[in-house]
Design a protein around this ligand. Sequence first.
Ligand SMILES: [Zn+2]
Length: 105
Amino acid sequence: MIIIYETQLLFEAQWVQNELTAAGMKVHISGEFLGGAVGDLPPTDAMIKVWLYEEQHEQRARQIIEKLEASRKTAGPDKPCLQCGELLSPHFERCWQCDTWRTDI
Ligand SMILES: [Zn+2]
């Protein structure tokens, strides 16, 4: 098992997890409960990690993550969720806060 992605934002970790799972890979997120304790921990321990179980998929997983990051950079401005007002990046089809599907994109 290897760490394929690290972030301080849970939704980013979940986003990577969703994409890799959809591509048929087995992944696991760790550190998602550390959010409230960031000040007590060294920065590297505060990161949320996405683990890839099968190392033979590493190259494909990294390509998928690269594409995700590229698509985020070229996406438009963030927009609030129509349901709860949470600010969402344009590439999200669903609000990570209230799970509402977006109709404005
Ligand atoms: Zn919402």
